[in-house]
Design a protein around this ligand. Structure first.
Ligand code: NAD
Ligand code: MG
Length: 390
């Protein structure tokens, strides 16, 4: 019996996790589920899984959640603190699938209370990789990657000597605008960016995939997870999204991880780790795929990727600034205050202003420093958004 909680249970990763647990209820005891705003889905999921507790992030939704779960015996709470308290409930395994920097503290709290952390929330690793790993080590728990590329690398590295790794290649579909010119990219609307050619995911990561910010975040996540140099991390455009990552060793051998674009493979791997359980998911039929293509990403058309490598050079809390300024730029793009290409411009300008000459941000990755860097990234990012939208 494994006791589990899901943070961000109403999202795409959360619901895919629930889909796997629902098929194997005898082996899981579900403790807490959290959601942002979707009361109906949170309540439905909590009842279905027989959860002990449900927490919703929005204070004002407390009564709605209480009503939805009346008579179920499931306790309820609401607000930011309620999410933290739900994360602290003792369990063996927590899925960290809140989107954005909001997922950082709940993940840290879960590990501090002894849970192994299945990490979909890549922003935690980008903003605070050092702190995440230190917290895991102090509490003797694991961080299991759920991002498909990182799950792929993790699996390819199992049983291998880390010192023999020469390079890691992560793939990117290239998104819906892979072949668009700069002048075409200037016209992209939020609706166009919300459609991914291969993966079905939350709105924000889908737009990040279209701008390649998602791949930028994943380059930083790769560095933190696998502790390799920037020069060892490569990105390849691979429109079919079948090969998720490859690991190359000093002897020239290259191991690829191959699978259909269905997050339940990576989630299932983390859910049952270190065992492998039979999962009722579609098997890959390579004859139906026929062909696999690879090419170099164009960093001129997709500057988000180049910026990520700049952030790798800067180190310290630069990842927190990159992510925070990207989050406000993404909000501004969704609200139509800035254009698609302006998102990278906002992040570029924010990084320059905060790290250009005399940097006043401490490089030490304490939680306070990371929260401060995140705050500064949002504040300066917002100023640059105002300048661009004026
Ligand atoms: P989503 O938008 O579908 O779901 C996000 C979840 O977080 C929802 O439950 C939402 O209610 C909750 N949430 C949002 N803001 C919150 C807040 N301030 N406080 C508490 N809860 C909040 O997103 P998703 O696609 O499931 O992605 C979740 C995370 O997993 C992201 O970090 C994303 O980058 C990562 N990820 C997703 C996929 C995918 O296929 N969807 C793949 C790899 C990595
Ligand atoms: Mg990914």
């Amino acid at each position: 019996m494994r006791r589990v909680s899901i943070l961000g249970a109403t999202g795409s990763i959360g619901q895919n996790t629930i889909d796997l647990i629902r098929r194997d209820m005898d082996n899981f005891e579900v403790v807490a589920l959290t959601g942002g705003r979707n009361v109906a889905l949170l309540a439905k999921s909590a009842i279905e899984l027989g959860a002990k507790h449900a927490a919703i992030a929005e204070d004002a939704l407390y009564q709605d959640l209480k009503n939805a779960l009346a008579g179920s015996g499931i306790s309820v709470s609401a607000g930011k603190l309620a999410i933290a308290q739900a994360a602290a409930m003792p369990v063996d395994w927590v899925m960290s699938s809140i989107v954005g920097a909001a997922g950082l503290e709940p993940g840290l709290i879960a590990m501090s209370n002894g849970a192994n952390l299945a990490l979909a929330n890549k922003e935690s690793m980008v903003a605070a990789g050092g702190l995440m790993k230190a917290t895991a080590a102090e509490n003797n728990v694991m961080i299991l990657p759920v991002d498909s590329e990182h799950s792929a690398i993790f699996q390819a590295l199992t049983g291998q000597s880390k010192s023999a790794v020469e390079r890691v290649i992560i793939t990117a579909s290239g998104g819906p605008f892979r072949n668009w010119s700069n002048s075409e990219l200037a016209t992209v609307t939020p609706e166009q960016a919300m459609v991914h050619p291969n993966w079905s995911m939350g709105t924000r990561i889908t737009i990040d995939s279209a701008s390649m910010f998602n791949k930028g975040l994943e380059v930083l996540e790769t560095k933190e997870f696998f502790e390799i140099e920037a020069s060892q991390i490569e990105v390849l455009i691979h429109p079919q999204s079948i090969v998720h990552a490859l690991v190359g060793f000093h002897d020239g051998n290259l191991l690829a991880h191959v699978g259909p674009p269905d997050m339940r493979h990576a989630i299932g791997f983390a859910l049952y780790y270190p065992d492998r359980k039979p999962l009722p998911l579609n098997r890959l039929d390579l004859t139906k795929i026929g062909q696999l293509d690879f090419s170099e990403p164009d960093q001129n058309r997709f500057p988000a990727l180049k910026l990520a490598y700049d952030v790798l050079e800067l180190g310290g809390v630069a990842g927190a600034v990159y992510n925070a300024s990207k989050e406000v730029a993404l909000d501004a793009f969704i609200a139509r205050h800035i254009r698609f290409l302006d998102m990278a411009e906002v992040v570029d300008r924010t990084l320059h202003r905060l790290f250009g000459t005399a940097c006043e941000l401490s490089t030490e990755q304490s939680l306070d420093n990371i929260i401060h860097a995140d705050h500064m990234g949002r504040t300066i990012g917002q100023e640059e958004i105002s300048a661009l939208s004026a």
